[in-house]
Design a protein around this ligand. Structure first.
Ligand SMILES: C[S@@+](CC[C@H](N)C(=O)[O-])C[C@H]1O[C@@H](n2cnc3c(N)ncnc32)[C@H](O)[C@@H]1O
Length: 172
């Protein structure tokens, strides 16, 4: 009984920590996933990293629909497990091009990423901008959902319809 309680506390604890660290788990809607892939113009073989990947839907979609290598990083254990299950349900080719990492997104090195997807609270942007400016290679693209990065000039803005989440594309 105590072991079960301990496990539940750990699972919920990592979710709570994620909410405090950069953002709680709020999945991107399927139609917005498509808009993100289009906006980033992802090509086969590119490495796409979703920092705070939730259930891994963007990672899987980038690999399945664009032929990219998708990596998702999440610190929430329930999100990590969910993303792994989502990944395991894909065919072998897509599984081979996807990876889900359990850990802190601020510790994941982005030096070989071609595209980074961000759906996090703007309170995390100061740390993210420092990290991106240090690690991202020239030409890397960053797609940010919901809130723009005030210190960068977007290359493209897609506000979509009233129900859509605004998207911002930045180029390094
Ligand atoms: C708004 S959700 C976005 C989920 C996913 N990217 C999507 O678009 O469906 C933010 C995610 O970031 C994760 N997260 C928050 N802080 C984190 C951190 N420091 N390291 C890794 N993941 C984090 C949360 O667990 C959550 O799953």
């Amino acid at each position: 009984m105590y072991i079960l309680l301990f496990i539940v506390v750990i699972l919920l604890g990592t979710m709570a920590y994620a909410g405090y660290s950069a953002a709680p788990w709020v999945p991107t809607r399927a139609r917005d996933v498509k808009r993100i892939l289009q906006m980033a113009d992802i090509r086969a073989g590119e490495k796409v990293v979703d920092v705070g990947c939730g259930d891994g839907r963007l990672v899987v979609a980038a690999a399945r629909d664009c032929g990219a290598y998708g990596v998702g990083v999440d610190i929430g254990i329930p999100q990590y497990i969910h993303a792994q299950i989502m990944r395991m349900r894909q065919d072998a080719a897509v599984r081979g091009r996807t990876r889900i990492v359990w850990g802190d997104l601020f510790q994941y090195n982005l030096c070989d990423a071609d595209v980074v997807v961000v759906y996090l609270l703007s309170k995390s942007y100061d740390r993210l901008v420092k990290k991106f400016e240090k690690e991202l290679k020239p030409g890397a693209r960053v797609v940010v959902e919901a809130w723009p990065v005030s210190v960068w000039e977007p290359t493209k803005v897609d506000k979509g319809s009233k129900q859509d989440v605004p998207l911002y594309l930045y180029k390094r």
